[in-house]
Design a protein around this ligand. Structure first.
Ligand code: RB5
Length: 169
């Protein structure tokens, strides 16, 4: 199994779940960096979403894992960091597609919504899946092609392709 470098973070609502997932990943042989929070004292999810995203974007982690109560707050916070591509995942199909089509580099969960069995398996699928999608689309989402966005022709090439019936999924 290929060893991965993984950054993980959570808010105070789900610290015990984060610890469980972290221990699982370590037991699988991965190199895991815990970006906090480390206890159940009230804090704020954006701190840890941002921290994990910055680590992933700047420090060559293979990917990040973020968890809060619903997954909504921390996934949105992480997504605000340029270069972060965050997928809020509740099922195994989404875990695979998030990587395959979107090249997500952060997987997010709601620890009060999704159980540890699904979280562990979703991370396994996420780490094994290769990106097979359209790099240009991902670049748009990353804001790498801003000139077109500013001219209001955002996704024009893809929309033209769609009109011609060239998209099949
Ligand atoms: C608690 O701050 C709760 O709002 C948080 O864990 C999360 O569910 C937000 O999306």
């Amino acid at each position: 199994m290929e060893r991965k470098r993984i950054a993980i973070g959570c808010d105070h609502i789900v610290t015990p779940i984060k610890n469980q997932i972290k221990n699982y990943l370590i037991s699988q042989g991965h190199d895991v960096v815990d970006c906090g929070t480390y206890d159940t004292v009230r804090t704020h999810y954006p701190i840890f979403g941002k921290r994990v995203a910055e680590e992933v974007v700047n420090n060559n982690f293979d990917f990040g894992v973020v968890i809060c109560g619903t997954g909504v707050g921390i996934s949105n916070s992480a997504q605000k960091v340029k270069g972060a591509r965050v997928a809020l995942v509740r099922d195994l199909y989404t875990a695979r597609k998030a990587r395959e089509q979107y090249n997500a580099n952060i997987i997010a969960f709601g620890g009060r919504i999704t159980g540890p069995g699904i979280i562990e398996e979703a991370i396994d699928i996420f780490r094994k899946t290769e990106f097979k999608g359209d790099q240009e689309l991902v670049d748009y989402l990353d804001g790498i092609i801003p000139e077109e966005a500013n001219k209001n022709v955002y996704f024009k090439k893809q929309l033209d392709k769609w009109d011609k019936g060239e998209y099949h999924d």
